[in-house]
Design a protein around this ligand. Structure first.
Ligand SMILES: [Zn+2]
Length: 257
């Protein structure tokens, strides 16, 4: 049973996995019972997480078997819970682009959030639109999330500028992307178009670029001021290991000042 489970988690595409997640929620607590790792999002502990990722970016012990969180989801959750007023502020108007399943029902249930979701096609989205042209008025949102989107879009600067436009002054956004810290600058090559080549060069079949260390400058070019949340300054090694966070991962908080 455990090997079938592992096989499915490693071979099925993530969107399908997410649709089947009720199955995992049922079996995971039995199959992976233990106390070695803890997911702060579902607040459950397991003997281990599962491996995840394509052959070029494969990682062991990272995927929560219950709600399918990865390192980046757990990092963002810890930031929201421990470093921001997201769950405690009186009233926040939130725009969540490409909403992650593991966050969706939790954010939706938060009484202090006026929560709107948007996506090109996701069934979780309230509104369907292209991020290059957001059909919403200026200066509306206190908080914006748009994770793992900018590596897919034609023009990230235009998309970021659109998100900046719909945010209130004083608002903040989290826009995580896969980032290759061995690269000074972002790698783009319009001649790389086949899924196989894109996976080889940009880490996934549907990525059109691979951001480098210059990612925060893309946000700044779009109008944002960027604060960097450095994991290692806030959590000790024991906590990083327990939550299986990614060593050295940075969280950029993009502010509209
Ligand atoms: Zn979890």
């Amino acid at each position: 049973m455990k090997s079938i489970y592992k096989y499915l988690l490693n071979t099925l595409p993530r969107p399908l996995l997410i649709r089947l997640s009720y199955i995992f929620k049922f079996f995971a607590p039995y199959l992976y019972r233990g106390n070695k790792v803890t997911c702060p999002v579902c607040e459950k502990s397991f003997s281990s997480f599962l491996s995840y990722g394509s052959s070029v970016a494969h990682r062991e012990n990272v995927l929560c078997p219950y709600d399918l969180t990865l390192e980046r989801h757990r990092l963002m959750w810890l930031y929201l819970k421990n470093e921001s007023d997201f769950f405690t502020a009186n009233k926040l108007k939130v725009l969540h682009i490409a909403p992650e399943q593991c966050f969706y029902s939790k954010f939706k249930a938060q009484k202090n959030l006026d929560y709107l979701t948007g996506d090109l096609e996701s069934p979780l989205a309230d509104l369907h639109f292209d991020l290059h042209h957001i059909p919403l008025e200026d200066n509306q949102f206190d908080v914006v999330f748009c994770n793992h989107v900018m590596e897919h879009v034609d023009d990230p600067i235009q998309c970021m500028t659109e998100l900046f436009r719909v945010m209130k002054i004083g608002g903040w956004a989290i826009m995580q992307v896969p980032q290759d810290f061995s690269r000074e600058t972002t790698y783009e090559d319009a001649s790389i178009t086949s899924p196989e080549d894109r996976e080889k060069h940009f880490w996934q079949k549907d990525h059109v670029r691979l951001f480098g260390k210059d990612y925060p400058q893309w946000l700044e070019k779009s109008g944002f001021s960027v604060d960097v949340f450095e994991l290692t300054n806030h959590y000790d090694q024991e906590t990083i290991d327990k939550f299986r966070l990614m060593q050295g991962e940075l969280l950029y908080i993009a502010r509209k000042k």
